[in-house]
Design a protein around this ligand. Structure first.
Ligand code: NJP
Length: 238
């Protein structure tokens, strides 16, 4: 495979179908998540289609494991072309006065700190790619604040600032860094956020894959933007 791609949160939901589509498009996918069952299902599907993947069962809050992953990729492939920073957590839906500190920290650790740590660990690998492309999954909640969604909103706003900072730091290189706002999607996270909603009314996560693949393709020349899936437009924050 020419392209080497890391997808986080590849065990289910949006990450699973993004990883499958990247493999179908010819990339060698390095699939990251904790749940081995989801990863092996993905691997089975990718192999059945005649493509290849590397499974990396790890907890993204194990930051040393992220450094080791960077070292392994360096040894085996010498570069990284694509990062889809998709893994994310809704966190506790509760008033700010009632959110538990452990739940707050876990949400920030997965949604923000792990993505920073991946950037830190992979930075030398992106520099060795001809055209590194990064996409991080954000949410409308980063801009539209609602009662009880505080930790999720705050973490996605922080993720946007993180990604846009890396976009500035890499602006004069071939690397491009953007965010992807999926809108409502038929996944476990959405079902937990909106228990009364009929999932059949929502797009299946596989439907988003072409748009995410486009955002990490070499033809994308914008950086520091948010691709808004529901409206198919690039938003320019700041
Ligand atoms: O999420 P879900 P979605 N270490 O819950 C992984 C954003 N978004 O596909 O470890 C490693 O089905 C987890 O893997 P596992 C959203 O904020 C969505 O809906 O095995 N991995 C699983 O693969 C998120 O950033 C909607 O449990 C960890 C994945 O993350 C992205 O889209 C709307 C981990 C979560 O799968 C994907 O969401 C929106 C850890 N510690 C934004 N913790 C929507 N669905 O409607 C979690 O605006 N993961």
């Amino acid at each position: 495979a020419d392209k080497i791609a890391v997808v986080t949160g590849a065990s289910r939901g949006i990450g699973y179908f993004t990883a499958r589509a990247l493999a179908e498009a010819g990339a060698h996918v390095i699939a990251v998540a904790r749940t081995e069952g989801g990863l092996t299902d993905l691997d089975d599907e990718i192999r059945a289609a005649g493509n290849s993947a590397t499974l990396v069962p790890l907890d993204l809050t194990d930051y040393d494991a992220l450094d080791r992953l960077g070292a392994t990729i360096y040894e085996r492939w010498g570069k990284l072309d694509i990062l889809v920073g998709n893994a994310g957590l809704l966190g506790e839906l509760a008033p700010l006065g009632h959110i538990e500190i452990k739940a707050w920290e876990q949400t920030f650790n997965v949604n923000v700190t792990a993505n920073w740590r991946l950037i830190r660990s992979f930075d030398p690998l992106f520099k060795r790619s001809e055209a590194a492309r990064l996409a991080f999954l954000t949410s409308g909640a980063a801009h539209k604040c609602r009662a009880f969604w505080g930790v999720y909103s705050a973490s996605k706003a922080a993720l946007e600032a993180l990604a846009r900072t890396y976009a500035e730091e890499t602006r004069n290189s071939p690397t491009r860094v953007n965010l992807f706002n999926p809108g409502p999607v038929r996944t476990g996270m959405r079902a937990r956020a909106m228990p009364g909603e009929d999932p059949e009314t929502l797009p299946h996560p596989s439907e988003l894959a072409p748009a995410i693949l486009n955002l990490v393709s070499p033809s994308i020349d914008v950086t520091g933007k948010i691709y808004d899936y529901p409206t198919s437009t690039f938003l320019t924050p700041g």
